[in-house]
Design a protein around this ligand. Sequence first.
Ligand code: OSB
Ligand code: MG
Length: 367
Amino acid sequence: LKIDSAELRIVRLPLVTPFVISTGTMTEKVFPLLILRANGIEGYAEGVMDPEPDYLDETVTGAMHVIRELLLPQIIGKSFSNPQEVGALLSRWRGNQMARATVEMAFWDLWAKSLDLPLQTILGGRGEAIDVGVSLGIGPIPQTIERVGAHLEQGYKRIKLKIKPGHDIRMIEAVREAFPDAHLTVDANSCYSLADTAMLKQLDRFDLDYVEQPLAWDDIHDHAILQTRMDTAICLDECIRTVDITRKALTIGACRVINIKVGRSGGYGPSLAIHDLASAFSVPVWCGGMLESGIGRAHNIHLSTLPNFTKPGDTSSASRYFHRDIVNERLETVDGRMPVPHGPGIGVTIDPVALKAATLTEETFKA
Ligand code: OSB
Ligand code: MG
C-alpha cells in the first residue's frame, strides 16, 4: 500500500462541561488530526497529547513538529506491506509515543480499509459492543453524588472518580455511602507520593475496583512499594508508555490492572504487545480515554474488543463531551454498552462541515 499524501490539522472542539482533574481544568479539546491517503482511500487518527505537558510530557506543538518534520517524510510516497513496517520505521526516534501513535494508527485504519475489513477484525478482536464506564471530573460532593446517580441510571458499568488532595477520602466516603453496590474506581493522575501512604491505605475501606495512577507519571518503583502496602489494586495509566516499561512494571508488581491507551503507547503494535503481556501475567486491562473526538473514540472502541479487555473502559457517549463531533456517526452507549461502528477500518466518516468549523490550521503533504 503506497501512501500518496497526507493532511494534518489542528482541531478544536469546546467541551460540553469543563473537565477537572488533579492537574488542572480542560474547557476544550485541541488535537492534531491526521488523514493519510492511498489509492483513493483515507485513514484517520488523532493525537492524544494536550497543549501543555500536564498529563504526560508531549505537547500539541511539539507533536506537530515531530509529525510534520520527521514522521510524515518517512512514510509519504513509500509502500508498506503491513502496519508493523510503519511502526518499525517510526521507532528509530526516542519517546514521542503519542506523535508516533497518531501516524501508526492512521495507517492501521487505512490498511483495514484497503482489506475491506473492520479494524477490530485485523486487530484480533470480536463482538458487536463493549462494556463502558464513565470518568467524572472533580466537583462539589453533592453534585458528584448527583452525577454518579445519573450515570448509573444510564447503565454505565462503573464510575471513575477523579481525586486530588483535599478531594479524596471524604468525597469517596459520601459516594460509597450513597451507592453501596456500585463499581467504583478513583484516578489521582499522579498527585500523591509515598509520603501520602497513610491516606492511600484508607482507600481500602471503600471496596474500589482499583486506584488509578496515584504516584508520579514516570515512577513504577514507588508504585510497586505502594502496592505492597495497600490491598486495593493499583492500575497504571501514565506509566504505561512502552512495552518495556510495562514488562518491568508487571515483573516488580507495580500494578494489578492496566489502562491501555493506544494513542499514548506508540500505537497498535505496542498496545497489542502490552495487552498480551498483561494477559500472560493474569493482569486485566481496560481501554482509557483522552476526551477524544469520534475519530479517536472509534479507534478506542475497536481496540476494546480484544479478549483481555475484561474491565469496562472510559469510552462513553460522545454527546457527554461535544455538542457537535467531527464524525457523522453518533457514538452513544446503550445500557452501558458502546456499539462497535460498522464498516471497514474504524467505521466512522468525517463530517466535512463540522471539521471545517473546528479546524484551526491545515497543512497538506505530497510525495
Ligand atoms: O487519566 O484517564 C485519565 C482525560 C484526560 C486526561 C487523562 C485522563 C482522562 C480521563 C477521561 O479520565 C477519559 C475520557 O472520558 O475520555
Ligand atoms: Mg487516568
